[in-house]
Design a protein around this ligand. Structure first.
Ligand code: TPP
Ligand code: MG
Length: 277
């Protein structure tokens, strides 16, 4: 025996893919660990899960790190690929992990229609408020007025509230946490992995290398403090005025309901059509 202890989550990881490619202070490693802890705590067979990611830093969370089927798809298309995967294999637990740009800009239509269809996917959206991997271009989550590489005079557009968007489109589980909410995040991921419909979990995540310089917060520790300062819990938010609330991002669980799931309905219909039901 070598006497060296092995991390309990190592069994879910392809060792040759370490170390992670992410920058110092990035939240993506925390999110990877929260996903693996959720899987571990539920005792799920990891080979019955498939992960689908798009292009961007967040796309590297499952790929190639996770030791199961991982589909690293094109920018903006992970929900489209995941939809095909789920319809062809309704038994598979399909998890989409991607960035705010990927899922809400180029992939925005797939996001709202996935929610509208209530297809059984767990979508984890890493919101760092920017296109991180390509060098800090404006995203649909970037605050109004902020100067970015592509908005040098300030962003004239208003950011999406992604949770409200998915709720309005029909998502049946919707929550927002940050990388500072590891316990809540693990709990939400566990819920999403056990339920049938379209789950959307937004995770606010620090990007000290690309986003930090835009808001004049450079050190990873200062970035964590900044993140702490912009969030407010769902209950606390009720006590704030509209003006105060406009400066904050509300975290918590927003939707949890049941509705017919697409792949289940589709499977039933197929069997009925074939006269085998
Ligand atoms: C069709 C297409 N358009 C644009 C790009 C360039 N591109 C790659 S990643 C990316 C944005 C990534 O931002 P986000 O999805 O927020 O992920 P992050 O890197 O911030 O985690 C863009 C625009 C591409 N690869 N393919
Ligand atoms: Mg991003």
């Amino acid at each position: 025996m070598s006497g060296r202890s092995v991390h309990p989550l190592m069994k879910y990881i392809r060792p040759e893919t370490l170390p992670l490619p992410h920058c110092p202070g990035c939240g993506d490693g925390v999110i990877a660990q929260c996903i693996l802890r959720a899987v571990d705590e539920l005792g799920l067979d990891f080979t019955k899960l498939a992960f689908v990611s798009g292009i961007g830093c967040a796309g590297w969370i499952p790929s190639p790190l996770f030791y199961t089927d991982v589909l690293h798809t094109t920018h903006g298309r992970p929900i489209a690929f995941a939809t095909g995967l789920k319809l062809a294999n309704p038994e598979l637990n399909v998890v989409v992990i991607s960035g705010d740009g990927d899922l809400s800009a180029i992939g925005g239509n797939h996001l709202i229609h996935g929610a509208r269809r209530n297809i059984g996917l767990s979508v984890i959206c890493v919101n760092n408020f920017i296109y991180g991997m390509t060098g800090a271009q404006v995203a649909p989550t970037t605050p109004h007025g902020l100067q970015t590489d592509t908005t040098p005079y300030g962003n004239l557009e208003n950011p999406f509230d992604l949770c409200k968007l998915v709720e309005a489109a029909g998502g049946t589980y919707v929550a927002r946490w940050s990388t500072l909410h590891a316990r809540q995040l693990i709990r939400s991921i566990k819920k999403s992995l056990q339920r049938k419909g379209f789950s959307f979990i937004e995770v606010l995540s620090p990007c000290p290398v690309r986003y930090g310089p835009l808001i004049k917060v450079r050190h990873p520790v200062d970035m964590v403090k900044w993140l702490q300062g912009i969030m407010v819990g769902k209950e606390e938010a009720k006590k704030l005025s509209a003006e105060e609330l406009s400066q904050k991002i509300v975290v918590g669980e927003f939707v949890e309901k049941t509705a017919p799931e697409l792949s289940e309905q589709y499977t039933k219909m197929r069997w009925t059509e074939n006269g085998e039901n």
